[in-house]
Design a protein around this ligand. Structure first.
Ligand code: FES
Length: 357
C-alpha cells in the first residue's frame, strides 16, 4: 500500500465543523453507547472531509479525535489507511478514475490521458481550483465501465470525448447530470432490456408451490390453488420504459429551442431510427411520439431544433455527442454507416424490433 502523508502546510492550524453538520454528527454518535463512541470515527472523518473542501487536514483529524476522546494517533491511522480519505487539497470537482481491470479493458487508460492533459498530474489542482483527479481501484460499477466518480456521483460508460466534455463543463461552472452516457437504463443492455421480459416473472402468478422438497411421504400434501391462466407474454418492460420516458418529458413551455417539423407517416413507412447509433427502441418511441419518423427529418435539424429535442428528451449534448445528424444524413441518402451495417447484420441489440427483444 502506498505511503500516505498529511499535507501539514495546506491545512492551517484550526478546523471546525460547520454548524449545519452538528445534527448529522449527533445522528451518528447516537448509534453507539457513550463509552464506545470511537466507533463513529469513520463517519465523523467523512463529515470532516466534506466540511473541509473535500480533504482531511491534520487539525480536522484532531477535532475528530477530541470529539471521540481518542488518541490522535488512532485517528491518523484510520485516515491514512482508507483511501476514501484524502490527505491533501483537491479541486472543487475531484475525479476518481477507476483503473481496475474491467474499466482498463474498456478504455480507462484513454480516460487517464484526458485527465492528464486537461488537469495535469494526479492530485494536481488546476489553477482555478475547480478540478483534480486520482486513479482508484474498482468502484463497483464495472457493468458500466469505464467510469469515474466525481465528488459523490458516478459518470458511466464514458469515452475520452464524453469525459473531455464533462470536464470542460465543470470547469466552466456548468452542471453535468451523472449516470450513464449511452442509451441504456442504469445497467440494462444498451438500447433496452433483452431478457426477463415475461410479465409473469413479476406478477406473482408463478409463486404457487406445487410440492415441498423433503416433505415426509405420509404427510398430507399441501393444498394449492390452481395457478391463474397465464397471461399473454408482454412486451411490458419496453413499453413501460417508453411510458416512463414520455412521462419524464418536460412540459412544452419549459423547453428551449425550436420545435422541429413533425410529420405523420403511414404505418410501415417510418424509417428504422434504431439504425442511428445512440437511438435504441425507447428513444425511437420517444422520437416517434414527437412526430419524428424519418432520417431526413433528423438530418434537417437546426441547432435550435437540437436544443428543443434534447430538452424534450432530457439528454443534453447527446445528439451532437453521438453525431445523430451526420448519421441521419448518410442514411437519408441511402448510404450506410458502420453502425447501421452492424444493425442490419443483427450484430447489435438495437437492430432488433420489439418482437425480438
Ligand atoms: S473495474 Fe471499474 S468500476 Fe469496477
Amino acid at each position: 500500500m502506498a505511503l500516505r502523508r498529511f499535507d501539514l502546510e495546506a491545512g492551517g492550524d484550526t478546523f471546525s465543523f460547520k454548524p449545519e453538520t452538528e445534527p448529522t454528527i449527533a445522528f451518528w454518535l447516537a448509534k453507539y453507547p457513550e463509552d464506545k463512541k470511537r466507533s463513529g470515527v469513520i463517519p465523523l472523518l467523512w463529515l470532516a472531509q466534506k466540511d473541509n473542501a473535500g480533504w482531511l487536514s491534520e487539525p480536522a483529524m484532531r477535532e475528530v479525535a477530541d470529539r471521540l476522546e481518542m488518541p490522535y494517533i488512532r485517528v491518523y491511522e484510520v485516515a491514512t489507511f482508507y483511501t476514501m480519505f484524502r490527505l491533501q487539497p483537491v479541486g472543487k470537482h475531484h475525479i476518481q478514475l477507476c483503473g481496475t481491470t474491467p474499466c482498463m479493458l474498456r478504455g480507462a487508460n484513454d480516460l487517464k490521458e484526458v485527465c492528464q492533459s486537461k488537469i495535469g498530474d494526479k492530485m494536481h489542482v488546476t489553477d482555478d481550483g475547480r478540478l483534480s483527479w486520482e486513479e482508484v481501484e474498482c468502484l463497483g460499477a464495472c457493468v458500466n465501465a469505464p467510469m469515474v466518480q466525481i465528488n459523490d456521483y458516478y459518470y458511466e460508460d464514458l469515452t475520452p470525448e464524453t469525459l473531455d466534455d464533462i470536464l470542460a463543463k465543470l470547469q466552466n461552472g456548468a452542471e453535468v447530470k451523472p449516470g450513464t452516457f449511452v442509451d441504456r437504463l442504469n445497467s440494462a443492455p444498451e438500447g433496452g432490456a433483452t431478457s426477463l421480459l415475461d410479465a409473469e416473472l413479476f406478477d406473482g402468478s408463478r409463486n404457487q408451490i406445487a410440492s415441498l422438497p423433503n416433505l415426509p411421504t405420509d404427510a398430507p400434501a399441501p393444498e394449492v390453488e390452481a395457478a391463474p391462466a397465464p397471461k399473454p407474454a408482454a412486451k411490458k418492460t419496453l413499453i413501460d420504459a417508453t411510458k416512463a420516458v414520455a412521462k419524464a418529458m418536460p412540459k412544452a413551455e419549459e423547453i428551449e429551442g425550436d420545435k422541429p417539423e413533425m410529420v405523420e407517416v403511414a404505418k410501415g413507412e417510418e424509417d428504422d431510427l434504431k439504425r442511428i447509433k445512440g437511438i435504441g427502441p425507447v428513444n425511437e418511441r420517444a422520437l416517434n411520439s414527437l412526430g419524428i419518423y424519418k432520417f431526413a427529418q433528423i438530418a434537417a435539424w437546426t441547432p435550435a431544433n437540437v436544443d428543443w429535442i434534447e430538452g424534450s428528451m432530457s439528454f443534453p449534448g447527446r445528439v451532437e455527442r453521438e453525431d445523430w445528424i451526420a448519421q441521419a444524413k448518410q442514411l437519408a441518402e441511402g448510404a450506410e454507416t458502420e453502425f447501421s451495417k452492424r444493425v442490419d447484420a443483427g450484430e447489435v441489440e438495437s437492430s432488433k424490433d420489439e418482437g425480438d427483444a
